[in-house]
Ligand binder design. Structure first.
Ligand code: ADP
Ligand code: MG
Length: 316
């Protein structure tokens, strides 16, 4: 810290050190004010993709953002994936996986590994990162308190499940007590059989049931692209019916298929909007929620009113 007897640094010093003048820094906070007021108490479900977790610096800024949201009165709920982490442990264990239509065939042993990685490793890492920032995060599996009721998607895929129902009572109680819930997406069929479930669809079901203001998908691409190889082809704002058209046109493939379905389901089930954001941009959550810079792709119902500010696509 600076010596109390020395004169305060002038604006040029601060710009030299931090890159921003005091006016710019205050300006950023003032710009956030209408958003902070508007989103006070809002439930925001944030899904963190497995690929958005591998960079430690980004992981730390993600944790800072979630804790900041909580501190200014929003109610964040974190849902995480972990496909790459599951794949890595299976490889270390020398266990070969068979894929059908891009989905891993999940036998009992593979399910055990998925459950250990998601609940025991990835979920724990997120809880630890949030708690070092001074928050009170609580990790739960979808098996806890009947949170996620699941059923087999297709017997050929083994223990790959779909969400049948969610019982959000446990989440509501945690939020009420000001905890940050961190959900690992293992579901149960109610008879004790666990299933591995795509985290995108869990985030959608939770956002719908909680009537969340927003569900935000942090992923490893700029947003929904018309041409997956051309970042300039990003769709900044779209509606559920337009997404249905794009899906039928075959523009969407791979991991975007469950994500688009999840955005459609979340909005249809009662979430205010769904967003696909580039988790590789530091503090992308703050940029989306508290600034005028519309980034990524925003999905609303067909009759949604215009957002607070124009949701245009500018980050610079
Ligand atoms: P996550 O871990 O965030 O769920 P996924 O790999 O499952 O990430 O899904 C994101 C991927 O979807 C992108 O990296 C991209 O390769 C793929 N994708 C396919 N079609 C599109 C599209 N039209 N726009 C954007 N991404 C697409
Ligand atoms: Mg995915």
């Amino acid at each position: 810290m600076t010596n109390p007897n020395s004169p305060p640094p002038d604006a040029d010093d601060v710009i030299a050190i931090r890159g921003f003048s005091p006016e710019q820094r205050a300006g950023a906070l003032i710009e956030a004010l209408p958003y902070i007021q508007r989103f006070r108490d809002a439930i925001v479900v944030v899904k963190l993709g497995g690929n958005a977790m591998v960079d430690p610096d980004l992981f730390r800024t993600f944790a800072e953002d979630i804790v900041l949201l909580r501190s200014v009165g929003l109610q964040p709920v974190v849902v995480h994936g972990g496909g790459p982490q599951i794949g890595a442990l299976l490889k270390r264990l020398g266990k070969e996986s068979e894929f059908r239509d891009g989905l891993r065939v999940t036998d009992a042993e593979t399910l055990d590994v998925a459950r250990m990685v998601l609940v025991g490793k990835v979920g724990r890492d997120i809880v630890a990162a949030l708690n070092t920032q001074g928050a009170a995060a609580v990790g739960i599996s979808g098996e806890d308190a009947g949170l996620i009721l699941a059923a087999a998607r297709n017997p050929d895929l083994g223990f790959v499940g779909d969400v049948v129902d969610v019982k959000v009572d446990i989440i509501q109680r945690l939020l009420h007590e000001r905890f940050i819930p961190v959900v690992s997406t293992i579901g149960s069929d109610g008879k004790g059989q666990a299933y591995n479930i795509n985290a995108d669809s869990v985030a959608a079901a939770l956002a719908g049931a909680l009537e969340a203001e927003k569900v935000i998908y942090l992923t490893d691409i700029a947003g929904l692209l018309l041409d997956v190889n051309d970042p300039a082809s990003i769709i900044p704002r779209t509606t559920v019916s337009h997404l249905e058209e794009l899906r039928q046109a075959g523009v969407i493939s791979g991991g975007m298929v469950p994500k688009i379905q999840a955005c459609i389901d979340a909005v249809n089930d009662g979430a205010g909007s769904a967003h696909m954001l580039d988790g590789r941009i530091p503090h992308v959550l703050l940029l989306e929620l508290f600034t005028d810079a519309g980034i990524g792709t925003m999905v609303t119902s067909d009759d949604a009113p215009e957002p607070l500010a124009d949701h245009h696509h500018e980050v610079s």
